[in-house]
Every structure is written in structure tokens, then in C-alpha cells.
Design a binder for this molecule. Structure first.
Ligand code: ADP
Ligand code: MG
Length: 279
């Protein structure tokens, strides 16, 4: 089911005060909106002409098979990899003006765990934006980092080397780093991949707290069996946008088949789909 407004090709408008606002079809309260986003590493696009509008006050997820462009989409949404075309809006503003409102938890597999850093170092990286790269962290900021570690149950690990943590502990530390940034939009790439059940529970509890505090959460998620339990809004991608909307309207057999193709068994599909026929 398509719930999205038509694609806009209007140019962004600079107001007299210099503030740049997005196209009219981008709601100013939408934490993240993509318009015509195409990203290519080589000739073949990894993300092609994607429109998406992630709504306010929602826990949103991005799902799709391996290689569907989920991580690429998040990185382009962060503005850390170049777009071939298209626009990214964060709370209605072009990404270029809104980077400091986003915190990002990368896919764990993409991080170099041999990097010689302690848990405290990693979390304090999230605070550099507040003090400037050359600024010394004040005691107050160290306390803040420690507080964020506490929120993810990692308070006792601050001096541990990151490479010496379990997968679940590493994921918690990266979540603590994101919390330290005190962002408005949290982008997470497969936060539950390779973590134990206790860590999954701890992370989802933190995300729910963020949501109840008015923050936006957009997470790439690999486990279809928990989409309904964890998320309100779903964006389904396989290079192109397949579907977008509430979990209840979107997670249909038809949409799952279009997204995953033959990679999901029919029985599995029937079990996962929440609405038959729609979409
Ligand atoms: P997903 O996160 O959905 O598994 P990715 O966004 O990581 O997918 O990758 C999408 C496609 O882009 C894949 O075909 C992948 O091989 C390719 N790709 C990802 N990163 C790079 C890169 N740095 N250089 C070249 N190709 C890449
Ligand atoms: Mg990925």
C-alpha cells in the first residue's frame, strides 16, 4: 500500500533569512525524508530513485534482503557517502543543515574492532561535536559519557578495550555513543544482529525510551519475526522502494514477496504477513 505523497521535483527554496526549506510535500516534522535518492558505487545503482517519508513519533524500520541497499541508504541519509541524485531532508531541512541532529550506530560488521580504543574513548567520540575536535572533554562531559554507558548497562566497562567485548557489549557501547550525541534522529544499522537476547531487550528498551522522549528512531532490521513487535512504520527496499507505511498495512505477503523474491519460503511469508491481499 502506498501512503506516500507524490514525488516532488521542486527546487528547495531559500527564505529571506537564509533558512532553506524542503519541497512542500516534505512534512517539516518528518525526521527523515528522501526524494529521488540514487546512490551508486559503480555503474549499477545500490539505491535507485527512492522516495521515503519516515513519520514523526514513530519507531521506523528499513527491511530488505542482503545487498538491497539498506546500509547505503542510511549512509546517504547521514550525508557520509555522496548521492548520485536526489535529496535528503531531516526535520524538513536539507541534510547539509541538519547533520548535527542525527546520531548513527553503524552495522557492527563494518567496524574495525582492532582499533585501539577503550569503551570510554568510543563514547566520548560522540561528544566531540559538543566540545570541538581539539577541545578537552570537561569532567562534565566525562560524567555524561559514563551516564550513557550506565543507560545501556555498560557502566563497569569504561576502561575495557573495545576489541575485548562480546558482540552484544560492543553494540551497547555504540548505542551509548549515539545517546551521548543527544540527537533528535537515531539511525541504527542492524542493531540486533549478533547480540544475545538480553542485549536485544536492553536495546529495544532504550529505543522505546527515546521514542517516548520525542526522539525519532529509524533502524535497519534483519529479523522479520520481530518487525511487528518492535516497529510502527516500515520501509521495504530492494534497490528500489517496494512499499512504505504502517507495519499493519505494509507487511503483506505481496510486499514481502516483492522485497525478498524467492528468498522467503511460502510458509514463512504467510506467517509474517499481517494483511492479506492489501498492498
Ligand atoms: P544491505 O545493507 O542492504 O545489505 P548495502 O547497502 O551494504 O546492502 O549494499 C548494497 C549494494 O552495494 C551491494 O551490492 C553491495 O555489494 C554494494 N556496496 C556496498 N558498499 C559498497 C562499497 N563501499 N563499494 C562498492 N560496492 C558497495
Ligand atoms: Mg547492511
Amino acid at each position: 500500500m502506498e501512503t506516500q505523497a507524490p514525488r516532488s521535483r521542486r527546487l528547495t527554496i531559500a527564505a529571506e533569512d537564509g533558512r532553506v526549506s524542503g519541497p512542500e510535500d516534505v512534512p517539516s516534522d518528518a525526521p527523515l525524508a528522501l526524494r529521488g535518492l540514487t546512490v551508486s558505487y559503480s555503474e549499477k545503482p545500490a539505491v535507485f530513485s527512492v522516495d521515503a517519508t519516515f513519520p514523526a513519533n514513530s519507531m521506523s524500520t528499513i527491511i530488505g534482503p542482503n545487498g538491497a541497499g539498506k546500509s547505503t541508504l542510511l549512509k546517504a541519509a547521514l550525508g557520509v557517502i555522496p548521492r548520485l541524485s536526489g535529496e535528503v531532508f531531516v526535520f524538513g531541512s536539507p541534510i547539509e543543515n541538519a547533520r548535527n541532529r542525527i546520531a548513527y550506530v553503524p552495522q557492527r560488521a563494518s567496524v574495525d574492532w582492532d582499533f585501539p580504543a577503550t569503551v570510554m574513548d568510543v563514547v566520548q567520540m560522540g561528544l566531540y561535536r559538543k566540545v570541538g575536535l581539539l577541545g578537552r572533554l570537561s569532567g562534565q562531559l566525562t560524567t555524561r559519557a559514563q551516564d550513557c554507558l550506565d543507560r545501556v548497562g555498560m557502566a563497569d566497562f569504561s576502561h575495557r578495550q573495545i576489541g575485548q567485548l562480546s558482540g552484544g557489549q560492543q553494540q551497547r557501547v555504540f548505542l551509548a555513543r549515539a545517546l551521548a550525541q543527544d540527537a533528535d534522529l537515531y539511525l541504527l544499522d542492524e542493531p540486533f544482529a549478533g547480540v544475545d537476547a538480553a542485549t536485544e531487550r536492553a536495546i529495544i528498551d532504550v529505543l522505546k525510551l527515546l521514542k517516548s522522549g520525542g526522539k525519532a528512531v529509524v533502524a535497519v532490521h534483519h529479523d522479520l519475526s520481530t518487525v511487528r513487535e518492535y516497529f510502527d512504520h516500515v520501509f521495504m527496499i530492494n534497490v528500489r522502494r517496494i512499499a512504505e507505511g504502517t507495519v499493519n498495512t505494509c507487511l503483506t505477503t505481496k510486499n514481502l514477496q516483492a522485497t525478498y523474491g524467492g528468498r522467503l519460503a511460502a510458509a514463512h511469508l504467510a506467517q509474517l504477513a499481517v494483511v492479506e491481499g492489501a498492498g
